[in-house]
Structure formats: C-alpha cells, structure tokens
Design a protein around this ligand. Structure first.
Ligand code: ADP
Length: 396
C-alpha cells in the first residue's frame, strides 16, 4: 500500500500533508502540519486527520536552523509514523514558477532542478525555498521520487492575448509575459465545482483565491482564460503585504526621484504594502476587522474595491459571468468581506443571500440570482498529491 506526501515550502514556513491510498485507490488525508517561524524561532506541529496533535516541537534558539535541518526532523518523525504497512512512495512539491517550458507536473531530475533554479529571479521570494526543500529531501533520501507541481501550469493554455504585456515583442520572447499563479488552487476548485454544480462549472466562472496572497482566475468551462496575477505574484489584487497592480511609473519614481534601490523597492512592494501598508497596522484581515480604526476600515474597503474592479475586468475577458467561487483564508471564512465584494458585483446580476453567506454557504447567492456565488474550500495539498501519484505510477 502506498502513501504520498505533499510539501509547500515557503520562506518562513513549510506546510505538509500525508495522504494514504485506500483500498479503492482514493487518496485519504492522514496527517499534516506546519513548520513555522523558520529563521526566527522555528516550531513544528503535526496533527492527525481527527485533529489530535501527533508531534509538537519548538526551537526557541533555532534562528540558524535551515529548511534542510528542520525537514530532517520531520523526516525522522515520518519514518516512525504508523503507516500500517504503507510506504511513502513519493513527495510532491508546490513549485511556484514553471516558466514557459513546464506546462504540467514533472518528475524531478538534476536537469530539471537546474532549469527551475534559472527561474528564481522570476519568483525570488518563493522559488528558492521551493527548490531548497527538494534539494534537502534529495540529500536525505536520494532514491525517493520527487515531483514538481507548478502554480503557473493551470494558466498555460490561456489565450495568447492574456499572456502578453504591452512591451516590445523581444521581451515577451525572453519570458517577460503574464504567467499567472495559484494554479493548483484553481485546478482543485475547477474539479470541486464540477462535482458540486456541473452546469455552472461548464460556464463562465471567476474563482477568487483570497489568502495572504490573492488573485482571481477567469475560468471558461473549467479552463483558465485570464487571471489577475501576471509576470510575478505581485500583480492584480491588493494582498496582505503585496501591492497588487501598480502604475509602473510609481516604481520609476521611487527609484529615480526617491533614491530607493531595486532591493528596497522589492521589499516595499512585496512585504510592506497591501493591507499592511494601507492600514499601518497588520496584513491580517481578522486583525483589521477587529481594529476599528479609520485606516483599517479603508484598507478593507480598498481590498473589496480592487477585487470588484478586477472581477469586472475578468467578466469582460469571459464575455459575461455565470458564477463566482470564493476560496482560501479570507474567501472561505470572512463573510463580511465576501458580502462587500458581492455587493460590488450586483450590477452583473449577483444577489447575495446574506443568511447563507453568514453560514459560509456553500451556495451564498439567492435562488433567482443571475450570477451564482459559492464558498468552496481549496486543497492545494491534495491536488499536489493527486498529480504526484499519477506521475510516479506512470514512471513505474
Ligand atoms: P496563505 O496565503 O498564507 O495560505 P491563508 O489562505 O491562510 O493565507 O489566508 C490568510 C488570511 O485569511 C489572513 O488575512 C486571515 O486573517 C484570513 N482569515 C483566516 N481565517 C479567517 C476568519 N475566520 N475570518 C476572517 N479572516 C480569516
């Protein structure tokens, strides 16, 4: 019997999930957890599917521990985990950028790692950490197959126009183009929507992945035809600490008139902007909702206004709108924010059912609303595990 692990390795955290194959060949979530505060004071917590804590460790003086050090601890735990005769046959990774070349998940080989390394400048805050985890596991267990699942892949077949920036053609050919991200989340949502509401899934739908990172995806019959993130994960919606779409002239001004270096601008736009920058308080929507300050209120208003505006743009790409699906931390839990965004889409024919919305749906639009609205929990880890299993079984 087989088990598969999915890993999502970021700058300061590593999320992981262990899935086991049941007798029908379906993946069942068995345990999962998170290593947090890497580089400060790391901690590791693993929970079972029932929510029981299986392992808890803290390293208060562990600021110097690397991703590889901490993964070694996780590995030691996994080696002892009672898999009841099952064997971990592969590890799947979320890899943010697949560039122009990688349109589907791939088994990791040394050549592939080099090619993915070359894409680090396109996703400097994510890709290096994704690859660090792959290298760490290769060192710990050289024979264990690893699979890279790309966040860009779901958007690969969008129309050519949606991939082009209005800059000289040569730059497009060199890879300066709109890729789109959060693809594993959107792929999962497309699959779930097809189970929950097949008629809507075959229509024109905007999926709204609203977490710390946030984007929208325009799906036509379950395929991405446009999305708000572009060349990098900085474009589009306002996010927890990222600015989203910004007049490029502002970047020029920051550098040429205000004397900021490229590294300072990068830090400003990725880490000090968005909800944090506008509220002056926090990047966390819950904290802002409780704050009661005018600045926090304005940050939330701007978040909803920008989401409404970008949704309007995607409705144009789709030539109309049949439904919207909310997902990720804010999308799944923040009824007040969903309501604000839905009210900005009334002109498209969306009538929110506030009672259903307060109960987190799943259907949160009124019965005769022209545009349907749903809340669907995303599960990128499961999507990674599904891809990983398929790739490894094909390679066997
Ligand atoms: P990440 O992109 O890091 O995976 P998440 O999808 O976990 O982020 O989303 C984090 C965001 O979701 C934060 O702004 C957080 O405040 C918000 N969030 C999580 N739970 C709730 C909740 N119950 N109510 C409102 N907002 C929530």
């Amino acid at each position: 019997m087989k088990a598969v692990v999915s890993l999502n390795s970021g700058s300061s955290s590593i999320k992981f999930s262990l899935f086991v194959l049941d007798t029908q060949g379906a993946l069942q979530f068995s345990a999962g957890g998170k290593i947090e505060k890497i580089g400060i004071a790391p901690s590791l917590k693993v929970r079972s599917v029932e929510g029981a804590i299986l392992l808890e460790r803290d390293w208060p003086d562990g600021a110097s521990l690397s991703h590889a050090d901490l993964l070694a601890d996780l590995f030691a735990w996994a080696a002892e985990y009672p898999l009841e005769g099952r064997e971990i046959i592969a590890i799947g990774h979320r890899v943010v950028h697949g560039g122009t070349e990688f349109a589907a998940p791939r088994l990791i080989e040394p050549d592939l790692l080099d090619a993915l390394e070359a894409l680090c400048p396109l996703a400097p805050l994510h890709q290096p950490h994704n690859l660090a985890a792959i290298r760490a596991i290769a060192a710990l267990s050289p024979d264990l197959p690893q699979v890279a699942c790309f966040d860009t892949a779901f958007h690969r077949d969008k129309p050519a126009l949606a991939a082009r920036l209005a800059i000289p053609r040569a730059l497009h050919d060199q890879g300066v183009r709109r890729y789109g991200f959060h693809g594993l989340s959107y792929e999962y949502i497309a699959r779930r929507l097809a189970e929950i509401d097949p008629a809507l899934a075959s229509g024109r739908v905007i999926a709204a992945h609203l977490g710390n990172g946030a984007s929208l995806c325009a799906m036509d019959a379950g395929r991405s035809i446009d999305t708000t993130m572009g060349f990098t994960a900085l474009d589009g919606l306002m996010m927890g600490t990222r600015c989203g779409s910004l007049d490029p002239g502002a970047v020029l001004h920051l550098q040429s008139q205000m004397g900021m270096s490229a590294a300072q601008v990068e830090e400003l736009l990725y880490k000090r902007s968005g909800l944090l920058g506008v509220s002056g308080l926090s990047s966390d929507m819950r904290t802002l909702a409780e704050a009661g300050t005018a600045e926090a209120e304005e940050a939330m208003d701007l978040f909803a206004w920008r989401a409404g505006r970008e949704a309007g743009a995607l409705a144009s790409s789709l030539g109309g709108l049949d439904g919207i699906v909310f997902t990720a931390g804010i999308g799944e839990n923040d009824a007040a924010m969903r309501s604000r965004i839905c009210r900005r889409l009334e002109w498209l024919g969306l009538e929110i059912d506030e009672i259903a919305n307060a109960g987190n749906g799943p259907l949160i639009s009124l019965p005769d609303s022209k545009v349907k609205a749903y809340v669907i929990a995303t599960d990128e880890e499961r999507m990674i595990a599904l891809h990983t299993l398929k790739i490894v079984e094909k390679a066997e």
